[in-house]
Design a protein. Structure first.
Length: 201
């Protein structure tokens, strides 16, 4: 399922909200944060769990780079790959019409090819990664933080800076000696629009 049309419609809704002087969810990426930036105590990880964390951190760095070929190194590139993205309203209520499914890596790659160029000065990180490994299957829960600028004549200055935080679950499969993402499920929390200099951290 391609998400290009849904993505465009989503941004249209965002800009309408901005023009009205309010800002809700900007972009359907990764449940609502119950406590922002709360560090989860990390248990002692096995060697395999450490490899899972490393794979996910490398994936996040690849996403930030915007290099699709680099991102591709950390996912299963067949039709078994799936991505499910959802968003919440400002009051935390679930938005059924803001859920997007990509089946197959090529569909999701097209999704990223449409989406990433729109995010200027993009910073993306995964935090509090909690892995679980059983044989060749692993999953991990985590939070994500992303900062980005959107350039648009909808903004007085021609652009605006945003921060988005949310939660994610990744399912990974061990392919040879490498962990690859087979499924990603993300839910966006509230987003923040910044005035002035870009935020960091």
């Amino acid at each position: 399922m391609s998400r290009k049309l849904s993505f465009s419609k989503y941004f249209v809704a965002v800009f309408v909200g901005l023009a009205a002087g309010s800002f809700g969810v900007v972009y359907a990426h990764e449940g609502s944060m119950h406590a922002d930036d709360v560090e989860v105590a990390q248990p002692v990880l096995s060697a395999e769990e450490q490899r899972v964390v490393k794979a996910l951190e490398s994936y996040a760095a690849a996403v930030q780079s915007g290099d699709l070929d680099e991102i591709e190194k950390y996912v299963l590139t067949s039709d078994v790959f799936t991505s499910l993205e959802g968003a919440n309203q400002e009051d935390g209520a679930f938005q059924e019409d803001a859920v997007y499914l990509d089946v197959g890596w090529q569909n999701y790659r097209r999704h990223l090819a449409d989406e990433l160029p729109m995010l200027v000065n993009f910073d993306y990180s995964l935090r509090n990664i909690q892995p679980f490994v059983h044989g060749d299957l692993a999953y991990a829960t985590m939070t994500y933080v992303m900062h980005f600028t959107i350039e648009s004549n909808q903004f007085k200055a021609g652009e605006s800076r945003f921060t988005m935080k949310g939660k994610a679950t990744m399912v990974l499969w061990k392919s040879g000696n490498e962990w690859k993402i087979r499924h990603r499920h993300t839910s966006a929390g509230k987003s923040t629009r910044h005035q002035g200099k870009p935020e960091s951290g």
